[in-house]
Design a protein around this ligand. Structure first.
Ligand SMILES: Cc1cc2nc3c(=O)[nH]c(=O)nc-3n(C[C@H](O)[C@H](O)[C@H](O)COP(=O)(O)OP(=O)(O)OC[C@H]3O[C@@H](n4cnc5c(N)ncnc54)[C@H](O)[C@@H]3O)c2cc1C
Length: 372
């Protein structure tokens, strides 16, 4: 039996564990840094059809319908006056039983954890070093170690295991922006709503059938030190004030559980020489969040790892590199287009958006290709 160690129990690591568990021919363990999982979190995640299709292979359809939302459209609004600019019928990319989905992250995590035996997840793991010979030896604090034939690194954008195996500092950079997250109540529209403002955009979408919704805003900010070291409540208030000045959306009364964090993205694609090491999810490559593909790509890369372990594919890094180029260019373009501030550019952006959102061949190339 092949011995697999997965580092990190996020979306990517847990999805792979589900595939290995279902297959039954692997001896695997997940090493996770956290002491406990936060399974109550109300924040949401968008899962596009490509991610949902893979999740359905491990029974995602069993999630109760009241815990899930299927948006029909992505609506683009002017953030200032909340007027609709244009809409994309996202549901036309749905296929078979695979639907574009919005859901609470906690529901997704509970689902991903459900079929993994408790003893296979080692919480509170502090990895000190990784030895690579015929096998891998993971040295953990307090003189504990784990041995495996394959190593799958899924410990997220700040991956320290990646640094250990590549023997280099991770290539990530501050994206000159912050994310503000929160929960919204009483949202009756079941679509994804995208509000475009100068130097910021925000997105709302329901996460279930109880009118609970997720709020996420990406705001331009160059001062990383301020975000890291400043008083979080004061900084959140400052950013909410910026949004309020530029939008008639009622942030102050509707937003709850607000949190803020700086956004980091990958600056380059690296791969290990050892063919038995797989970097997956954000540890392989973290995208700007403006294409909502991070989670789906984390699932997609874990699926590719599984196919390579099974011997169905043998070109993991080549095929990931292609995919990453495709997603990166769209994420960066979206980020630019969603946040333009010059009124003339905004005028032409809106005309282009109206035209392109109705242009089937453009949509097929820009979205359909990724969602397949
Ligand atoms: C603002 C924002 C909004 C987003 N919205 C969306 C969205 O709507 N749709 C979407 O598809 N994607 C979205 N994403 C991206 C998505 O959340 C990530 O791409 C995805 O969660 C990455 O999954 P992962 O498993 O690779 O890493 P993570 O989810 O980060 O999991 C990594 C795990 O590894 C653990 N870990 C870390 N270090 C160690 C260590 N040394 N040893 C052991 N364990 C360790 C962590 O505790 C964690 O459990 C968003 C991202 C941002 C920043």
């Amino acid at each position: 039996m092949k011995k697999i160690l997965i580092i990190g129990a996020g979306i990517s690591g847990l999805y792979l564990a589900n595939l290995l568990e279902k297959n039954g021919n692997y001896d695997y363990k997940i090493l996770e840094k956290k002491k406990v999982f936060n399974l109550q979190e109300g924040y949401g995640v968008q899962l596009s059809v490509n991610g949902v299709k893979l999740l359905n292979e491990i029974g995602f359809r069993q999630i109760a319908i009241h815990d899930i939302n299927y948006p029909r459209n992505i609506n683009f609004y002017n953030s200032k006056n909340l007027k609709l600019i244009s809409k994309i019928e996202i549901s036309k990319f749905n296929n078979n039983q695979n639907f574009y989905t919005t859901i609470k992250r906690s529901i997704l995590f509970n689902f991903l954890l459900k079929n993994i035996p408790k003893e296979k997840i080692i919480l509170n793991t502090d990895i000190e070093s990784i030895d690579q010979n015929d096998q891998f030896k993971i040295n953990i604090k307090n003189n504990v170690s784990e041995i495996s034939d394959y190593l799958v690194i899924c410990d997220g954008v700040f991956s320290s295991s990646r640094e250990m195996v590549l023997k280099q500092i991770k290539s990530i950079k501050f994206h000159n922006s912050v994310a503000i997250r929160g929960n919204l109540k009483n949202i009756e529209n079941n679509d994804v709503s995208l509000y475009l403002g100068p130097n910021f955009h925000f997105v709302t979408y329901p996460v279930n059938q109880s009118n609970e919704a997720n709020f996420i805003s990406i705001i331009a900010e160059k001062n990383l030190e301020k975000i890291k070291n400043g008083n979080k409540n004061i900084i959140i208030k400052e950013f909410i004030d910026i949004l309020s000045k530029n939008s008639v959306f009622n942030f102050k009364d509707n937003l709850e559980n607000i949190s803020i964090y700086p956004i980091f993205v990958s600056s380059k694609f690296d791969k290990p020489k050892n063919k038995k090491i797989f970097l997956s999810g954000d540890a392989l490559y973290a995208f700007p969040p403006s294409f909502a593909q991070g989670a789906s790509q984390s699932i997609d890369s874990a699926y590719e790892v599984f196919k390579n372990l099974e011997g169905i594919s043998d070109n993991y890094y080549e095929s990931r590199e292609e995919k990453i180029k495709q997603i990166k260019s769209r994420s960066e373009f979206n980020h630019f287009a969603f946040q333009v501030s010059n009124p003339i550019t905004i005028f032409f952006r809106d005309i282009a958006l109206k035209f392109l959102s109705k242009n089937n061949s453009f949509l097929e190339g820009y979205l359909g290709k990724v969602y397949k």
